[in-house]
Ligand binder design. Structure first.
Ligand SMILES: [Zn+2]
Ligand SMILES: [Zn+2]
Length: 361
């Protein structure tokens, strides 16, 4: 596995220095030259070919923190990435130089009670790329443990493979909520995670997928990915649409990705008796008043979702099966030198941009 031909060596000739995009303060990013990481044991060096800007990256960039988690400057962002294996540690058995891989960003300890239960997203020692203080993937070469890398087929582009990360959130959400084939769902918020949740709901057999957002571009994209009805919350009456679609009783499941307080509050009304609400998006406020009495009377199950576990293989095969349809979600493309423009675009152009992608190599 580890025998490298001289041709391959030439092809993957490794420089000693690389570019890395640093966050230096609120709304302050720049590019610096740093050393290419060295690897040992089960570590793999990945040449990063594409890395998406996530909502969390934008949040840290614009506010310097998410809840209690504060950025320690200088910081490197980025966690939705894919690339080529260019070096392997001496204990690596699953990959060889030249393999194309998607990177699952959260490396867990594998020994704590949560890891042992398979809920490694809850591992207290998880090292998640770009979550402070762990540095991220806006670099040319990334060091990562082999058990958090996944082979991608030649038919799946690097940029589409990066979507395995937001799609994983959607897949974890529909699994947590126990979505059944034939279900009727509402997905609120059509940012990249919302759009990927449409794919996940469809893959799990949802019959009616009603989506909501304020931006026409996002609603259009949702239709292309499988939404059956779209609601523009700026002008349409959500309750009326849901009543019409479900002939009254409400939907089986709400998947809330927007973080909008009103969307979360109205979920209780829109959910059918005995249905489920899955909270995915972080609300802008820590505390949100909910009609708990109505929730109890309808015996609604309330689930929360934090990242994901064991979703990458399925996410990769779903993305492969979607072909170029999913590619339209990537609206802006930049090199690592253009990181300033890229972050600015992702932060300010809500109506025109969906996924902003960086190509470090
Ligand atoms: Zn992400
Ligand atoms: Zn653990």
């Amino acid at each position: 596995m580890k025998n490298v031909t001289s041709d391959e060596q030439k092809k993957f000739f490794l420089p000693t220095e690389m570019k890395a995009a640093y966050l230096q303060g609120v709304l302050e990013v720049g590019v610096e030259d740093v050393k290419v990481p060295t690897i040992t044991g089960k570590e793999v060096l990945v040449k990063v070919m594409a890395v998406g800007i996530c909502g969390s990256d934008i949040h840290y960039y614009a506010h310097g923190r998410i809840g209690q988690r504060k950025v320690q400057y200088p910081h490197i962002q980025g966690h939705e990435c894919a690339g080529i294996v260019v070096a392997v540690g001496e204990e690596v058995s699953r990959f060889k130089i030249g393999d194309r891989v998607a990177v699952e960003p959260g490396v867990a300890c594998q020994t704590c009670e949560w890891c042992k239960e398979g809920r490694y997203n809850l591992c207290p020692d998880v090292q998640f790329l770009s979550t402070p203080p762990v540095k991220g993937a806006f670099v040319q070469y990334l060091k990562h443990r082999e058990d958090y890398l996944f082979s991608i087929p030649d038919t799946l582009s690097f940029e589409n493979a990066t979507l395995a990360e937001p799609l994983s959130v959607g897949l974890h959400a529909v699994k947590r909520g126990g979505l059944q084939p034939g279900a009727t769902v509402v997905i609120s918020g059509m940012g990249p995670v919302g759009l990927m949740t449409v794919l996940a709901a469809k893959a799990f057999g949802a019959k009616e997928i009603i989506v909501s957002d304020m931006e026409p571009l996002r609603l259009e994209m949702a239709k292309k990915l499988g939404a059956t009805r779209v609601i523009n919350v700026a002008k349409d009456d959500m309750v009326a649409v849901v009543e019409e679609a479900t002939l009254g009783p409400g939907v089986d499941m709400i998947l809330e990705t927007s973080g909008n307080v009103k969307a979360l509050q109205s979920s209780i009304e829109l959910t059918k008796r005995g249905g489920a609400i899955v909270v995915i998006g972080f609300p802008a406020k820590d505390e949100v008043p909910l009609n708990v009495i109505l929730m109890l009377q309808k015996e609604i199950d309330l689930y929360s979702v934090y990242r994901y576990t064991n979703t990458y293989p399925l996410a990769i095969s779903l993305l492969e099966s979607m072909g170029n349809k999913v590619n339209e979600i990537i609206t802006d493309r930049y090199s690592i030198d253009e990181i300033e423009k890229a972050m600015e675009q992702a932060n300010t152009n809500r109506s025109g941009s969906l996924k902003v992608m960086i190509y470090p190599n």
